[in-house]
Design a protein around this ligand. Sequence first.
Ligand SMILES: *[C@@H]1O[C@H](CO)[C@@H](O)[C@H](O)[C@H]1NC(C)=O
Ligand SMILES: *[C@@H]1O[C@H](CO)[C@@H](O)[C@H](O)[C@H]1NC(C)=O
Ligand SMILES: *[C@@H]1O[C@H](CO)[C@@H](O)[C@H](O)[C@H]1NC(C)=O
Ligand SMILES: *[C@@H]1O[C@H](CO)[C@@H](O)[C@H](O)[C@H]1NC(C)=O
Length: 347
Amino acid sequence: MVQVFLDLFVFMAISKRIAADYPWTFDNDLFGGPDFWGLVSKTWRMCTVGQLQSPINIDPSRLLFDPGLTSIVIGHQQIEAEFRNAGPLPIVTVNDTNGASGQINVTGGPAGPYNYRLHHVMFHFGRLPDGEMGSEHTIDKVRFPAEIQLLCYNSDLYENFTQAMTQPRGLLALSFIVDIGDASNVELRKLTVASQSITYKDSVTTLTRFQPSGLLSNIRHYVTYEGSLTYPGCYETVTWVIMNNPIYITREDQTEIKQPNPVFMGPNYRPLKPLNGRLIRTNIDVKYESRSAGGTCPSNIYLDMGYRSNPRRLRNASRDPDKRDLAKHLSLETIDPLDSIENFDFV
Ligand SMILES: *[C@@H]1O[C@H](CO)[C@@H](O)[C@H](O)[C@H]1NC(C)=O
Ligand SMILES: *[C@@H]1O[C@H](CO)[C@@H](O)[C@H](O)[C@H]1NC(C)=O
Ligand SMILES: *[C@@H]1O[C@H](CO)[C@@H](O)[C@H](O)[C@H]1NC(C)=O
Ligand SMILES: *[C@@H]1O[C@H](CO)[C@@H](O)[C@H](O)[C@H]1NC(C)=O
């Protein structure tokens, strides 16, 4: 009898350990893929049972215009960070042991009234040699080449990321869609070069002058919703902010992210999760002409605003030097709805 209890105890101890460092992956053909995340550990249950999960498809016809959403403010310092091949994906982790100068604060917009602090940056991409798309969020069902996510924790309420990730208003994620253009974002180019020295799982390199704000383009306009981490344990503590303006990388720089280690290969995005009635708010200032003449419908729900993402058109515009300025601003809000529907790029 005692032996049975002992065996049980040993078994429980072992399974607890296994769960804690279970080697999860984004590949659903493997045990450890997204469909299994919620099953291998009790602390990852939300991955299976959670109803406010991420990522989601952003449906432009379901956005709620909220003019009260102010600009997001992010610290501009250069900091020291660790760039690691974590296996499923590359991660840059901020070294914030250097006091205030090493802290990237994020405030304003949906962060308010709290102060958040950048903790790590994650990179999601497709299978690069095939040019497969790999963004986690899709916009009007369009998946883009890549997505960069800046994960921040609420430093007003919590000690650190680990504590904040399971708590109310714990995390804020700033997300950037990456598209193919004719010039690479400078900070992103530095990272693609650095990625060559971390081709093997668990290899690490130190970035001494990483400037997270250099990854950002125009952050004035965005959409925001309440969701979850897109990796285990999928805690529903994340306020997501998806920027309206993509950042660019050249095709050549994109394929420079070479990995001989197949574990590290894309695609590394989590499959889409249902919206389940959540609000998606935006401060994108849409030039909207009401079709119900007389304006008898005093609603701020833009039922028919019809702006669309159109990556092909963006690409064309940025290739033509005369249109480059336009391309900078040519994002969701300035694409004429009727024009874009016929050029639609469903993936
Ligand atoms: C963070 O920076 C400090 C001081 O530069 C250094 O001693 C420490 O090893 C770094 N930590 C990591 C995880 O790189
Ligand atoms: C970040 O915000 C904290 C207050 O939450 C402040 O003490 C710190 O100085 C700020 N850091 C920078 C670099 O602005
Ligand atoms: C995070 O903060 C909590 C609460 O103060 C502490 O118990 C825990 O050890 C910290 N974790 C890390 C990784 O620093
Ligand atoms: C993009 O450019 C190609 C080649 O110049 C052209 O055939 C195509 O129609 C353009 N697409 C759009 C959406 O303008």
